[in-house]
Design a protein around this ligand. Structure first.
Ligand SMILES: [Zn+2]
Length: 75
């Protein structure tokens, strides 16, 4: 089977994501290349978005705590 890929996203020096003629999504990352069908690709994207949201929430909570801590130190 040929793999004619249409690039969906690209990050210079890091990797990219292509939609392929074989019906799968190819994800290229440093040292690794993964293939997902559309359903699992959507799941992965959803999962990464969720992790990203939680990470941002966590780091904003952490900086709140740090601010609070600095505030306490001042008093
Ligand atoms: Zn392919």
């Amino acid at each position: 089977m040929t793999h004619e890929q249409t690039q969906m996203a690209f990050c210079k020096g890091f990797g990219g994501i292509s939609s392929c003629s074989c019906g799968l999504y190819h994800i290229h990352l440093p040292g690794v290349s993964i293939r997902f069908n559309e359903e699992n690709f959507d799941r992965l994207a959803q999962m990464i978005l969720e992790a990203k949201t939680n990470k941002d929430l966590y780091s904003s909570l952490q900086s709140e705590t740090k601010k609070g801590h600095l505030h306490l130190v001042k008093h």
